[in-house]
Write a protein that binds this ligand. Structure first.
Ligand SMILES: *Cc1c(COP(=O)(O)O)cnc(C)c1O
Length: 392
């Protein structure tokens, strides 16, 4: 089976992790700050906080922005559940904004329309989570302008987009948001096994997130309510968590960061090749905004079901039967049973649901060979042309 995503681990990566294993610190040593520095410098952010997952990063980002009971968090329905769950963790309520049918990202026009209604009803969001689906940055300038007008804060869920650029700057540089979050799960662009990071240019947000990732405990006398009792002294000044990243993970992250640009460049090569090889088939290849350079975590095709005899499900199953580990990103969050209990229902976000009825993620990872890609393309050709005969 050719997987839809896969990590690349080199001897240098392995050596970096083994070196940490033989060192004094398995956690809370020098590698985590080194990894944070490497990412912050690369993308051009002032602060970076490494944590044990992007989910944790989203949680402490929401808390740092003051999200709590009585507040609203808005995001796109076409995302991993974590982009929405972070609001619920904080006791806030979650709502969604439908996607743009061309970019598949949260649609700024739909956002504006929903904000106008929310303003009249006095339930404007405190936080909007903009998810860069597949790695393609959202229309951040438009979302940021709406944030200024309606007073909400912005988190970029850039779990798919490290190494990507928006208007010439790396995603994470933060010109149009308060906090950016990366994921280092093995299917993502670089990996630390599990892991995530929150980046910000705001000193206060960085300080709050640093406290929240480690129990709300500080050893910084300036943050304490009294002078330290002695050298052993620490204070808990907030209610935090243990969301720390280990030294092993950070060492892997530092090593992987050296190849980030190379990884994304290879993904672009593969995407261009898919674009060419799939031309003429009854499907849509991903549209790329001229202002952006995608991180290309995913390569999603949309079937033109009016031109295909088979159903979406049949095409998907045919691909799996042919050994292609296709996937579907994502089941719209508002259709999950947990969200339906809150009152969301099918039909609420028609563009998202239409996308879900047609989308398939083809394999996309930096170590995929041209030969493997040719196999994927041959399988797609077969799947969109012959499924009906096979199933009839
Ligand atoms: C993977 C992913 C997450 C969660 O990342 P973890 O590091 O696994 O917690 C959040 N949002 C999006 C869009 C993702 O793809």
């Amino acid at each position: 089976m050719i997987p839809y995503g896969r990590q690349e681990i080199t001897e240098a990566d392995i050596e970096a992790v083994v070196t940490v294993l033989k060192s004094d610190f398995l956690t809370q040593g020098p590698m985590v700050p080194r990894f944070e520095q490497a990412v912050a410098t690369h993308v051009g952010a002032r602060h970076a906080l490494a944590v044990n997952s992007a989910t944790s990063a989203l949680h402490i980002a929401c808390l740092a922005l003051g999200l709590g009971e009585g507040d609203w968090l808005w995001t796109t329905p076409v995302t991993f559940v974590a982009s929405a769950n972070c609001g619920l963790y904080c006791g806030a309520q979650v709502d969604f904004v439908d996607i743009d049918p061309v970019t598949y990202n949260l649609c700024p026009v739909a956002l504006q329309a929903k904000l106008e209604v929310a303003e009249r009803e006095g339930r404007l969001p405190k936080v909007v989570v903009a998810v860069h689906l597949c790695g393609q940055p959202c229309d951040m300038a438009a979302i940021h302008a709406l944030g200024q007008r309606y007073g909400f804060r912005i988190i970029e869920d850039a779990s798919h987009a490290i190494g990507g650029k928006y208007k010439g700057d790396y995603v994470g540089s933060g010109a149009f948001s308060d906090i950016t979050v990366f994921s280092f799960h093995p299917v993502k662009i670089i990996t630390t096994a599990e892991g995530g990071m929150a980046l910000t240019n705001d000193d206060e947000l960085a300080q709050r997130m640093a406290l929240l990732r480690s129990h709300g405990i500080t050893r910084d006398a300036e943050l304490m309510t009294q002078a330290p009792d002695g050298l052993w002294y620490y204070q808990q000044v907030d209610l935090g968590f243990n969301y720390r990243m280990t030294e092993l993970q950070a060492a892997l992250g530092v090593s992987q960061m050296e190849r980030l640009d190379q990884f994304v460049a290879r993904r672009h090569q593969l995407a261009r090749r898919y674009d060419e090889l799939l031309r003429g088939l009854p499907l849509l290849t991903p549209w790329q905004h001229p202002d952006s350079y995608s991180g290309l975590h995913l390569y999603v095709i949309r079937l033109r079901l009016d031109q295909i005899q088979a159903s979406h499900r049949q095409v998907f199953e045919s691909l799996r039967e042919q050994g292609i580990g296709v996937n579907l990103h994502y089941i719209p969050v508002h259709t999950q049973p947990y969200y339906q209990q809150m009152g969301f229902k099918a039909g609420d976000f028609p563009q998202a649901e239409q996308y879900y009825a047609e989308a398939i993620s083809l394999p996309m990872f930096q170590t995929m060979t041209d030969v493997q890609q040719d196999d994927v393309v041959a399988a797609v050709n077969k799947a969109v042309k012959t499924v009906k005969a096979a199933g009839a």
